[in-house]
Design a protein around this ligand. Structure first.
Ligand SMILES: [Zn+2]
Length: 179
């Protein structure tokens, strides 16, 4: 079973900000702190302003930020890919054709390396980054995961989104939830 994640990515699937830039800026903002050993991947401990940079919903969420508090603690992982990929939740939103609204039922079988989904009703080719996934998937060349955040348990604050945009030539980032 995979842990729930709040996942950030540039809206432009070709957009790629260097790891160094992301790490330096996220650290300066207090979103991430030291590198985290013992996890597969490029992982970081939550920084001192982590909780302020996300808005936690509900009255008193139980948020663990350190490995000593058990394995359900929040940490951040960076992933760089050689080419854009679609990452999606276990039960992603059923996407629809942008033009004719027909459900794109076989989108998963069309994926393998494709950057578009074909609508069998009207023959439109919809780029993966233009599909409305209702925050259940994202198509990008880089991702920043926050592990152990349940869907809609937290939403990113404006400062975090503005910073990500600022380090990306003022191009916006998006986020989604996957579990
Ligand atoms: Zn269509």
């Amino acid at each position: 079973m995979t842990a729930p994640r709040l996942t950030f990515h540039p809206r432009d699937p070709q957009q790629h900000v260097s790891r160094e830039t992301v790490v330096d800026n996220m650290r300066e903002l207090g979103f991430i702190a030291a590198e985290l050993d013992g996890q597969a991947g490029d992982c970081f401990i939550a920084g001192e302003h982590f909780i302020d940079l996300l808005s936690f919903l509900g009255c008193s969420p139980v948020i663990h930020l350190s490995p000593e508090e058990g394995d359900k603690f929040c940490y951040i992982e960076l992933l760089d890919l050689p080419a854009a990929e679609l990452i999606y939740a276990n039960q992603p939103f059923q996407p629809k054709c942008k033009r004719c609204r027909h459900p794109l039922t076989d989108w998963k079988t069309q994926l393998s390396g494709a950057s578009v989904i074909q609508c069998h009703e009207c023959n439109s080719a919809i780029p993966l980054d233009k599909v409305n996934w209702k925050q259940s998937a994202g198509y990008a060349s880089q991702f920043m995961f926050v592990h152990n955040i349940y869907p809609h348990e937290a939403v990113p604050g404006e400062r975090l989104m503005m910073k990500l945009e600022a380090i990306s030539d003022n191009k916006p980032w998006d986020y989604f939830y996957d579990i």
